[in-house]
Design a protein around this ligand. Structure first.
Ligand code: RP5
Length: 170
């Protein structure tokens, strides 16, 4: 693994949410590797992968899991690389189970838990890039550009909405 960000999902059914994270990493020009590995369905392979992280070029790990989501916590227990987690909205409890499982880590093994679903996936990518930006000027600059574009987009929408509705109101 030579990319600085490793993305891990517990099932390929998580992919629609994971895509938002990958698209954000692409838009910020940051390379990543992607794995489908489950802490409970593929425990040996999962452990092998997690234990290889500290010796690899990976600087940040992003984990996605739904239901009884122990993926990120187990990952974080096997590496000292920072682990960012996105709980997936799925199953009968619609993600509340995954949110609590991911968020409520006991002290000593932190997991940076994002919001449920696609907003969390985008923010996981941005947070990972912010960590990389601490030691990379180019990435630092791209983050500023990303923030500026977001602001410009909202202001452009504001201009259009104002032009439309405020003119009607007389
Ligand atoms: C978790 O269980 C996965 O991350 C996924 O969100 C959830 C359901 O997996 P599937 O039954 O759809 O494979 O481990």
């Amino acid at each position: 693994m030579s990319a600085p960000v490793a993305v891990v999902m517990g099932s390929d059914s998580d992919l629609p949410v994971v895509r938002s994270c990958l698209e954000t990493l692409d838009s910020l020009g940051v390379r990543y590797s992607v794995q489908v590995l489950s802490a409970h369905r593929t425990p040996k392979e999962f452990h092998r992968f997690a234990e290889s992280l500290d010796e690899s070029a990976v600087k940040v790990v992003i984990g996605f899991a739904g239901r009884a989501a122990h993926l990120a916590g187990v990952l974080a227990s096997l590496t000292v690389r920072p682990v960012i987690a996105v709980p997936i909205e799925s199953g009968t409890l619609q993600g509340v189970d995954a949110l609590y499982s991911t968020l409520q880590m006991p002290s000593g093994v932190p997991v940076a838990t994002m919001a449920l679903g696609k907003a969390g996936a985008v923010n996981a990518a941005i947070l990972a890039v912010q960590i990389l930006a601490l030691s990379d000027e180019g990435i630092h600059h791209r983050l500023f550009e990303h923030r500026r574009k977001m602001t410009d987009d909202v202001l452009e929408k504001n201009r259009r909405i104002q032009a439309d509705f405020n003119s009607r109101g007389g």
